[in-house]
Write a protein that binds this ligand. Structure first.
Ligand code: SF4
Length: 143
């Protein structure tokens, strides 16, 4: 109890400012590959424990090198390279959506977050569908 940190909400005005001013030194949203890496028991380095795509192993490469230089990690830190509605969203730099959910549902960790109901103004591209099993039941993707 009381161990977590309460994050201040980020207003749309600050989001549109692109991190200028008081929010310049902070990032919002989820953190897969952005200030975070997960090393599995076999040494594989992942952007998140929920994103099973490893660009390197600590037995062959330093975890710092993987985090800083692997293409996958770099792509997760570049919201301007996201596809789908997250890539078109004005909040992509402060939110960015869940890259793990995008991977779980679309196979592309830079795709749209399937659980976000927001659709950016003017976006008319495809919307992600939640995964459905053979029985037609919806299965929740990973966080
Ligand atoms: S579409 Fe939703 S999940 Fe994606 S960046 Fe915008 S607010 Fe975040």
């Amino acid at each position: 109890m009381g161990r977590g940190r309460v994050l201040d909400p980020i207003s749309p005005d600050r989001a549109e400012a692109g991190g200028a001013g008081a929010g310049a030194d902070r990032r919002g949203g989820v953190s897969a590959g952005r200030g975070f890496a997960f090393v599995g028991h076999t040494g594989e380095v992942y952007p998140s424990g929920f994103l099973p795509e490893s660009p390197g192993n600590v037995r062959e490469r330093s975890v710092v090198d993987v985090y800083r230089n692997a293409d996958r990690f770099e792509s997760l830190r570049d919201p301007d390279g996201f596809s789908g509605k997250c890539g078109a969203c004005e909040f992509r730099h402060v939110c960015g959506g869940s890259r793990s959910r995008a991977h779980a549902v679309t196979g592309d960790p830079t795709g749209s977050d399937p659980l976000c109901p927001y659709v950016p103004d003017g976006y008319d591209g495809p919307l992600p569908e939640r995964q459905r099993g053979d029985d037609g039941e919806r299965s929740e993707p990973a966080d």
